[in-house]
Design a protein around this ligand. Sequence first.
Ligand SMILES: *Cc1c(COP(=O)(O)O)cnc(C)c1O
Length: 433
Amino acid sequence: MTDTKDGPSYGFDTLQIHAGARPDPATGARQTPIYQTTAYVFRDADHAAALFNLQEVGFIYSRLTNPTVAVLQERLATLEGGVGAVCCSSGHAAQIMALFPLMSPGKNIVASTRLYGGTVTQFSQTIKRFGWSAKFVDFDDLDAVRDAIDDDTRAVFGEAIANPGGYIMDVRAIADIADAAGLPLIIDNTTATPYLCRPIEQGATLVVHSTTKYLTGNGTVTGGAVIDSGKFDWSASDKFPSLSAPEPAYHGLKFHETFGPLAYTFHGIAIGLRDLGMTMNPQAAHYTLMGIETLSLRMERHVENAVKIAKWLEDDPRVDFVTYAGLESSPYYERTKTVCPRGAGALFTFAVKGGYEACVKLVDSLEIFSHVANLGDTRSLIIHSASTTHRQLTPEQQAAAGAAPNVVRVSIGIEDADDLIADLDRALSRAVG
Ligand SMILES: *Cc1c(COP(=O)(O)O)cnc(C)c1O
């Protein structure tokens, strides 16, 4: 199934299995083969020249394109409602790849304060080495977002369902602000997945993913993706010369003029992957394609379990509070209905009576939950951020990041909810008494 734009429009469950894939032309293999090859033979010298001039689309070298990875790219573009996607070696690679065509030294992005911890570090520290910077703003304060945008801003960045959980971003409201400023909105949709949230339908220009998490779903490979809506007019201002002005590395070719809505995707492959080399390998693409085939089934169970467990915890006297947007008590409960109508995900935090010591004991007493720095696995996972990922921060900084000493973060898996509740019950008894 290659192109559904002019044909019948299939449902999500059909597309997550078929989009981008077709029986292997050489063997008829029904499952997408792992094309474990570095290079591809040119038909002749003219064919090679056409490929290198971007006059013909095809496979040259697996740093740029690979048939297994290409199936995943097409599947992700379809599921997100975009025109094209570029896969990368990790979620963090995807974020750099997403910003690369938009940025240059001296330019900045306006980013939400509620982001994955690793992203906060990437944006507040590492991108400075490129001469880029980030301004962190509370995305619930729309005036502050507007005020933060200046002449050097080149993108607005947020997470639909934000890590460590419990916060839902008003994607439409932020998209309207970005739009009015002539800027692309980038949404990290990792914790929601396109099954729960479709940011492009809510006005996002680009979507980034850590495919490491729910898309692969079984904790086997790292990967990332950048999906383009194809809707942004890169030539409307002189802010995006990489896409609108002549490209010296391709004889003065103008990406937007030449490739239209596919300009950003072509730039990601022809410049981004070619020169930055953050390529996804075909084995990783294979595992992720396997995972995506069952995405909707897993996300339904993740959400169902998360709701049951969050409600049970909220009613438990050993627990002070639960931050899950799927609970009626959450300030973001109403927002989930428009942003992620199929559920608020399966990532949330809760506060344990007894503080730091009780949290450490709880984590050590659990049997089914694994103590790991990951999320979005079929397995239930837990982490006490204050003693691990957020250890270097002061208690005030920990609290601001949603990682106060008395708080643990859980990523609810797809095991039996009753078993997970019994596990938490036993461990809470040991930790709190
Ligand atoms: C894990 C994660 C990332 C980083 O992805 P990697 O694949 O670990 O590089 C970025 N954003 C979110 C929301 C994540 O959960």
